[in-house]
Design a protein around this ligand. Structure first.
Ligand code: ADP
Ligand code: ZN
Length: 749
């Protein structure tokens, strides 16, 4: 008979709380079950982490009883619950916050709604679907346009979200943005947003039907990969599928899923940015039909909730989604696939800073499932795992369609001047190549990693650059609405007529995608040009632009790294990289690796089918190894070189890192707190090297000064010990100080 339950409450708290279990509830109390309990004088939904019949060693008179069980079956399968606990330990994250990752917002909101209506009786059974479909408060953007400069922070972000994604439940906005409700009030007063009650559609799972496909005959290399993955289910084994762009990795994933389903098991497929890969999702649906649940952030919360329920009940067996799909309650997990495993978007950079690739390996390992990590440019971390025998290497060295990899030319911008436009970054060779491509009726992609019109606003009098008042970041000029914007905090303001310091004339410096589009439109007046970056295309809109490209309604596509993702656009024969150096020069030890990946990925969009492809890379550093190796399609050589370099300087994958991120509104407070933590860290085991404190590369962001301390160690154990000490110490710091412990950091800015 269970008598006590330890629960986690889905709030950012780390503790586990003990409650007593009334006899009437006992039969249905199990780990993973959601329960209602009194917490801080409120009724909250919590998740049972453990049950016991032995009295815990605490003051039992203070222990309160659980009030109700919320589901017939535990909401979280045991496998998923144990994984979440392990993830919380790994990242030193509060278990409550980790539980939130796995429970859809609606699951949390419904309890509140039921409570308000007094509908929930002690011990009452599972939630009924009619309650999920009842009207909820929804916010939507009005057609009104805001005054430039009036909005900033969350209000600007929420308005942008609503414009991009359509009406959204208020509860969902609140779960994304802490102050959503006050931001919405402000937007309401400005007439920019309206709220209304409506039933959120929980009808069809997918809007459209996808015709079933027939699998192609596998290439030799694909067959071998599929065979070895098939054998892996018995062990289970992890694989690194290293296949050139267009080598048919997706087909291998699908055969692996087929095998997994034959064994009666479920699968999870993680893709970097699902809004950008509708085509890929379509391929999974075409193969597996109604077994597939697609989870993505643009999905209305109610539909996502429905998907979650169907996965939990076993009606759906395959979950496809971005990093959060890692927490899908897939039953009897047999396979986890991570497409483009090198992609930075698998690391969550807020809240629980988990890495979905690392955690996928953990979840799969614990569940006895096979993992397949696929990429044309594997991360050094995964490559190192393969070298150590922890992952088995599978290779697809050729394109599945037998198309050749594109020819790559490097344009040395130090020597080669501009084409007829006079624009320095539109060199004569790139101009001529675009001309030829258009004349042949083919399509081109032009990649530039900077959105906006001009990335700097410079005073010609005093030479000063306009920077954000809240961040140490230069403002970007956006011509569409004649604003300057901070890409770090979303500040938006009007372009000042003159320099505020000296009254000098301002000059718009540099090239962003907006200006590039403009320059191309002037150079090629008859070309149909589309642009893909965060300013024009959030969520569903980006897939519409890509669809136009696929249908041949556009000739040129200009964009940021959104254009580099695994798109399969058959008529693209030319790819131009406007400035290869931008990514390579970031103050980050992964800059070279990241730049290389971008180059190979974007080059991989060219000439994937009948017609040969051509790539032009413009650079001021034509001898940079990342550029030379990308031009030669020599991924191996680059990876070997880079691995050696990481070994020499002592960085991952040869060392373990943790970043202690410290910030405060007051610079001295932040610096002192960072120094205190660094001093404390230095009292720990000597295997842990403590570097810093030092100001972060973006030294100030959203009005907070940022410092950091880096911890570095060969082994994980001592590093964890130090982090544990720091985690306890942060509670005693000045209350204005915010400390984030980032285990295995990715973003170094
Ligand atoms: P990757 O994910 O490796 O970049 P894709 O899976 O997108 O490559 O495949 C590239 C193209 O090759 C797609 O159009 C796909 O339909 C096609 N393809 C994949 N496997 C085969 C095969 N065995 N025979 C013919 N075409 C294939
Ligand atoms: Zn800013």
């Amino acid at each position: 008979m269970v008598a006590w339950a330890e629960v986690g409450v889905p709030v950012p708290l780390g503790q586990r709380w003990t409650y007593s279990v009334p006899a009437a509830l006992a039969p249905r109390i199990a780990p993973g079950a959601r329960v209602l309990c009194e917490f801080a004088r409120r009724k909250v939904a919590a998740v049972v982490l453990a049950v016991t019949d032995r009295p815990p060693e605490i003051d039992l008179t203070k222990v309160k009883p659980l009030l109700a069980v919320l589901d017939a079956e535990p909401a979280l399968p045991t496998e998923l619950l144990r994984f979440l606990e392990e993830l919380a330990r790994y990242y030193l994250a509060p278990i409550g916050e980790v539980l939130r990752l796995a429970l859809p917002a609606v699951e949390r909101e419904v309890v509140r709604a039921l409570e308000e209506q007094g509908e929930l009786l002690p011990g009452e059974g599972p939630l009924r679907s009619r309650q999920v479909g009842r009207p909820v408060l929804v916010a939507k953007a009005t057609p009104r346009v805001e005054e430039p400069g009036r909005l900033r922070g969350q209000a600007a972000a929420i308005l942008a979200w609503l414009r991009a994604n359509g009406p959204t439940p208020v509860a969902e906005l609140a779960s994304r943005h802490g102050n959503a409700r006050s931001a919405l009030r402000k937007l309401g007063e400005l007439g920019l947003v309206e709220e209304e009650r409506r039933s959120v559609d929980v009808g069809a799972l997918h809007e459209d039907e996808v015709p079933r496909d027939s699998p192609p005959e596998l290439t030799e290399a694909q067959r071998e990969a599929v065979r070895r993955i098939g054998e892996g289910f018995g062990r289970p084994e992890g694989f690194l599928l290293f296949g050139v762009t267009g080598s048919g990795k997706t087909e291998v994933y699908m055969r692996a899923i087929e095998r997994c389903r034959e064994l009666g098991k479920g699968a999870i497929v993680l893709v970097p940015e699902i809004a950008l890969t509708p085509q890929l999702v379509g391929r999974f649906r075409a193969r597996f039909g109604d077994e597939v649940g697609v989870l993505h952030s643009a999905l209305p919360e109610a539909a996502r909730h429905r998907m979650w329920r169907k996965l939990r009940s076993g009606e759906l067996r395959i979950a496809v989604g971005a990093r959060s799909a890692l927490f899908a309650p897939v039953l009897d997990l047999g396979l986890v696939v991570i497409d483009e495993e090198h992609d930075g978007s698998f690391k969550q950079e807020e809240g629980v800073r988990y890495h979905a690739r690392d955690m996928a390996l953990l979840r799969a390992h614990r569940a006895g499932a096979v993992t397949v990590l696929g990429s044309a440019t594997p991360s050094l971390e995964s490559l190192a795992l393969a070298r150590r025998g922890r992952l088995s290497l599978l290779e697809l060295p050729e394109r599945a369609t037998r198309a050749e990899l594109p020819r790559v030319e490097i344009v040395d911008l130090r020597r080669i001047g501009p084409g007829p436009t006079g624009e320095r970054l539109l060199s004569l060779p790139l101009h001529r190549a675009l001309e030829a491509c258009l004349a042949a009726g083919e399509q081109a992609i032009v990649f530039l990693n900077r959105r906006g019109f001009a990335p700097a606003v410079l005073c010609t009098g005093c030479g000063g650059v306009r920077t954000c008042k809240q961040c140490s970041v230069a403002l970007t000029y956006h011509r569409r609405d004649a604003t300057v914007r901070c890409h770090s905090c979303e500040f938006v303001g009007p372009l000042p007529p003159r320099c505020a310091d000296c009254g000098g004339v301002l000059s718009l410096e540099g090239l962003g995608t907006e200006r590039l589009e403009d320059a191309l439109a002037r150079a090629f007046p008859s070309a149909r040009i589309g642009r893909l970056d965060r300013d024009v295309a959030a969520g569903a809109k980006s897939s519409r632009i890509l669809e136009k490209m696929r249908r041949g309604e556009l000739d040129l596509l200009v964009g940021t790294q959104m254009v580099t993702k695994g798109h399969d656009l058959p008529r693209v024969t030319l790819v131009g990289v406007v400035n290869a150096d931008a990514a390579l020069s970031l103050p980050d030890f992964r800059a070279s690796e990241r730049g290389f990946q971008l180059l190979v990925q974007v080059a991989g969009r060219a000439g994937r089918h009948e017609r040969a492809g051509r790539v032009i890379i413009q650079t001021y550093n034509p001898d940079h190894p990342a550029i030379l190796c990308a031009a030669a399609h020599d991924v191996r050589r680059f990876l070997d070189r880079e691995l050696q370099e990481r070994a020499d300087v002592g960085y991952p994958p040869y060392r373990r890192l943790a970043l202690v991120r410290v910030s405060a509104v007051d610079e001295a407070v932040a610096r002192d707190a960072a120094a205190d933590l660094a001093r404390l860290a230095r009292t720990g085991p000597s295997e842990v090297e403590v570097l810093g404190p030092a100001p972060a590369p973006i030294a100030r962001q959203r009005n907070r000064y940022r410092f950091r301390v880096m911890l570095r160690s060969r082994e994980r154990g001592p590093l964890r010990a130090v982090l544990g000490v720091l985690a306890r110490a942060t509670a005693k710091l000045h209350r204005d100080v915010r400390v984030v412990l980032d285990v295995d950091p990715v973003a170094m800015l």
